[in-house]
Every structure is written in structure tokens, then in C-alpha cells.
Design a protein around this ligand. Structure first.
Ligand SMILES: Cc1cc2nc3c(=O)[nH]c(=O)nc-3n(C[C@H](O)[C@H](O)[C@H](O)COP(=O)(O)OP(=O)(O)OC[C@H]3O[C@@H](n4cnc5c(N)ncnc54)[C@H](O)[C@@H]3O)c2cc1C
Length: 389
């Protein structure tokens, strides 16, 4: 497909097609789900049916064979329409770990079924309650027993685990004290949640300030066949890093979409709302925060496109992916604040959707990596300052 159509044209078509799909899921759809904290099943099904959830799967396995650039366009457009891709975005960024490091047998077994929408790979389990951002200290273990691994431990904030068939799990296969470098001894597994349910796996939903389908997951001697180890045992941290860059770029694209949505809504309202006999948008006190947020969203969008381009052309992109996430999450939060302020009291009313998106976009100051940890990365890896953590 890409070879026959010029990229800008393809990107425009992609954007328009996603926007059209999202029009079937208006504000009221998201508002009702939010009130019930319910999963957007119909939306995820529609995205899957249209092939968007298989964007990064190569054509030989039935996917669209596109890159992170195209995945970013899709996710941005979803958020720009007022929708939320958090219910399913992980399938896009998890995919890379399987594509780059999975065996031929794993890819043949799972990718065509994922591309057809028969199974979902939407859960990614790294975070643990006692170790937080310090990933190399995770305590969940996977111990080899014959041709199987036995998994024991606990994960927290594992989103979509109840709505996924497969989970990409990071566990220690060698104790931290026994490896030369702290990043060694971690391994990545594909856990079949359908098989593990009732066999040592417990998933408990966590109710949060926004509708996010997140959970805690307990592994009490869950067995995973040896063939579900992804890549080499002990090298999992290395595999994670590439995936984390994709995750940061794609979440940043969602933030750009959020920022543009907030500014659309805020400007529309500022032109319509008349107080003191003139539209509130005529006041510089209302205009300037919106104008500043707009400039920051557009600058972040450029960094997202740059990071995605580097990712797709296999250039190092750790710095760009982190900066894209930092700038876009800040810009969407700034836009959210400006939009809420512009709406005055009505910003707090559920019917305007500002408060819902405000809660949703706030997450990206914390997850999938907190702002401080990004700043620490830039300080150490880009500016060459001593490691602070
Ligand atoms: C809704 C939601 C969904 C999530 N989904 C997933 C998921 O699907 N899979 C998954 O694995 N994880 C998921 N996460 C976890 C998320 O990635 C973590 O919450 C995040 O990485 C921060 O970890 P933490 O919450 O343990 O915070 P902590 O690591 O405890 O940090 C708390 C605060 O301290 C700051 N801090 C910590 N250390 C330092 C330091 N050295 N210097 C400066 N500041 C520091 C942090 O910036 C942060 O503000 C999700 C979280 C949420 C809330």
C-alpha cells in the first residue's frame, strides 16, 4: 500500500478514515462509559475490524505493515476526536518486542490471529507495587522447571488485563545479586491469560480517577511453557527499551491529539460565550493561555514526528522519544488547564467533556514514565550529567 501512494497522501487518508470511524463514537458514548467505568468494547471492536489494531504487524502475517509514524497518526486522531485509545493502544507498542525478538514459531502462532482480531495482545506487565519506577528491582520471578517456567509475584497498574488474551510479562529469571549488571537477568514472557485464569492467576480491577481498565495481577505459581519465553533468557531489559521508545512516542501522539481537542473546544467556547457584552475570547487574558498552549502542542507534534521517523528508520531515538513524551504530556496538560479555565464553571460539568478529558490527560505526567524520570534520562544520557537515581 505504502509503495503505491505517496506518504503524505497516505497519512491524510489514514487521518480522515480514523476521524470518520471515531464519529460513530460521539462524546455521549465516552461519557456514559466513563460514568460506569466500563470498557469501550464496541470502539475496540470497530478499530480492530478496520485493521488499525494490526497497524504494525507485517503484511506477511496479515497486518498493515506500517510503522510507528502511521500508528502515531492513528492514535493522535483518536484522541483529537475526543475519544481515548488507552483501551487498546498497548497492542501497538507491545507488538515491537514480539516482532523484533520473538521466534518464528511465536510470530506464526500469534500474529495472524491478532491481525484477524481473534486474540488481543493488550496487556504489558512491568510495574510492581514495591519497586515502582526502579524496574531492575522487580521481584516477580520466573523459575525454570523442566520445559516450563513457574511465575510467582505481583504486578500493579496492569491495564487491560481483563480485556486481553495475551500479556507481555517482565520477570526476573536470575536474582539481581547474581548478575554482573542490574539490567541483566530479566526476561520477557508471553503469558496466555486464558490458560492461566484459575491456574494461579488472579486479576483485580483498580478503580481510578478516569476510566482506564487497570488492574493488579497476582501470579501464584503460574506455569508458562518454555516456548513462551521471548528472545534470550536474561536479556529482557534490552528488549524492553525499544518497546519503551515506541510506547513513549505513541503516548506522546495521543497527548498531541488531546491538546488539539482541548484547544478546539476551548476556542469554540471562547467565541460563543458572551460576558460583559463581548465574547470571552476577545480578552487577552483568555486568548494568551490558549495561544501559548497551541504553540507548545505544535512544537511537541514536531518532536513526535521526528522521534517516530527516527524509530522507523532504525536510528537511535531514546532522547527524541523521551523529549516527545515530555513536551507532549506538558502541552496536553497545559491545554487541558487552559480549556478548563476558559469554560469557567461549565468546565466542571460532565456534559461538556472537558473535565473527563482533563482527568484522562493528567495520567501522562505519571505513566508510562513519570516526568521526573524523563528529565533524569535527558540529564544523564543527553547532557552527560552524573546519574541521579
Ligand atoms: C492508570 C495507570 C495505568 C498504568 N498502566 C500500566 C501498565 O499497563 N503496565 C505497567 O507495567 N505499568 C502501568 N502503569 C504504571 C506506571 O508506569 C507507573 O505508575 C509509573 O511508571 C510510575 O511508577 P510508580 O507509580 O511506582 O511511581 P514511583 O516510582 O513510586 O514514583 C512516585 C513519584 O516519585 C518520583 N520519583 C521516583 N523516583 C525519583 C527519582 N529518582 N528522582 C525524581 N523523582 C522520582 C516520580 O517521578 C513520581 O512522581 C500504569 C499506571 C497508572 C496510574
Amino acid at each position: 500500500m505504502i509503495s503505491h501512494i505517496e506518504k503524505p497522501e497516505l497519512h491524510e487518508q489514514l487521518k480522515n478514515a480514523v476521524a470518520e470511524l471515531c464519529r460513530n463514537f460521539p462524546d455521549t458514548y465516552w461519557r456514559e462509559l466513563d460514568a460506569k467505568r466500563a470498557y469501550p468494547e464496541a470502539f475496540v471492536r470497530a478499530l480492530t475490524k478496520a485493521g488499525y489494531m494490526a497497524t504494525l504487524i507485517p503484511e506477511e502475517y496479515g497486518g498493515a505493515g506500517m510503522g510507528v509514524t502511521e500508528a502515531a497518526i492513528i492514535l493522535e486522531e483518536i484522541h483529537r476526536s475526543g475519544a481515548n485509545a488507552a483501551a487498546c493502544h498497548a497492542q501497538m507498542y507491545i507488538m515491537g518486542t514480539l516482532l523484533r525478538h520473538g521466534s518464528a514459531a511465536q510470530k506464526a502462532k500469534y500474529l495472524p490471529a491478532i491481525a484477524r482480531g481473534e486474540i488481543r495482545l493488550q496487556a504489558f506487565a512491568v510495574t510492581e507495587p514495591t519497586t515502582g519506577s526502579d524496574t531492575t528491582r522487580i521481584k516477580t520471578t520466573a523459575t525454570r522447571k523442566g520445559d516450563k517456567f513457574v511465575i510467582k509475584g505481583q504486578k500493579i497498574w496492569i491495564s487491560r488485563a481483563e480485556h486481553s488474551d495475551l500479556m507481555l510479562l517482565v520477570a526476573r529469571t536470575m536474582p539481581r545479586e547474581q548478575v554482573a549488571r542490574r539490567t541483566e537477568g530479566l526476561s520477557v514472557f508471553l503469558v496466555d491469560l486464558r490458560q492461566a485464569a484459575g491456574r494461579g492467576l488472579t486479576i483485580r480491577p483498580i478503580r481510578t480517577m478516569m476510566n482506564h481498565a487497570t488492574t493488579e495481577v497476582f501470579f501464584d505459581d503460574v506455569e508458562a511453557p518454555g516456548e513462551n519465553l521471548v528472545g534470550q533468557e536474561g536479556q529482557g531489559f534490552r528488549y524492553l527499551l525499544d518497546g519503551l521508545n515506541a510506547e513513549r512516542i505513541l503516548i506522546a501522539a495521543e497527548c498531541v491529539g488531546d491538546g488539539r481537542w482541548f484547544l478546539d473546544r476551548a476556542c469554540r467556547y471562547a467565541k460563543e460565550r458572551v460576558v460583559f457584552d463581548r465574547p470571552i475570547g476577545q480578552n487577552q487574558g483568555v486568548q494568551f493561555p490558549l495561544a501559548r498552549a497551541y504553540a507548545n502542542v505544535e512544537a511537541a507534534a514536531l518532536m513526535v514526528a521526528h522521534a517516530a521517523d527516527r524509530f522507523d528508520s532504525h536510528q537511535p531515538c531514546g532522547a527524541q522519544a523521551n523529549m516527545a513524551k515530555l513536551l507532549a504530556a506538558d502541552a496536553s496538560w497545559e491545554s487541558a488547564n487552559a480549556a478548563l479555565q476558559t469554560h469557567g464553571g461549565f468546565g466542571f460539568a460532565e456534559d461538556y467533556d472537558i473535565e473527563r478529558k482533563f482527568r484522562e490527560t493528567r495520567l501522562y505526567q505519571i505513566a508510562p514514565v513519570s516526568t521526573n524520570l524523563i528529565l533524569a534520562y535527558i540529564a544523564e544520557h543527553v547532557l552527560g550529567l552524573p546519574r541521579s537515581y
